[in-house]
Design a protein. Structure first.
Length: 94
């Protein structure tokens, strides 16, 4: 049912897919579920007993100019603007 919810379809529609398509959709749902929403890795990538490696990834610092611009705009939000005010990025210059 998680696959059906992810695709926004009824189970009867999913059941009508080819076996290969259903298998791929189920695999993708399991893969997605097992992926950390914070860092994007999976436990099996780190666990040597599951074929992973303790040093599967290394940390690296990167700067995102979009995040910096958005954070700068968020600092301009004041309580007197009321609830629901958020900062978004809009394509284009000043």
């Amino acid at each position: 049912m998680a696959v059906c919810a992810a695709y926004g379809i009824r189970h009867s529609e999913f059941a009508g897919w080819s076996r290969d398509d259903r298998d791929k959709a189920l695999w993708w749902e399991i893969h997605r579920r097992d992926t950390c929403p914070n860092c994007g890795t999976r436990a099996d990538e780190w666990d040597p007993q599951l074929g992973g490696d303790d040093f599967a990834y290394r940390g690296e610092l990167r700067k995102c100019w979009g995040c910096e611009t958005k954070a700068s705009a968020e600092k301009k939000i004041t309580k007197d603007m009321g609830a629901g005010v958020t900062a978004v990025l809009v394509k284009g210059g000043p």
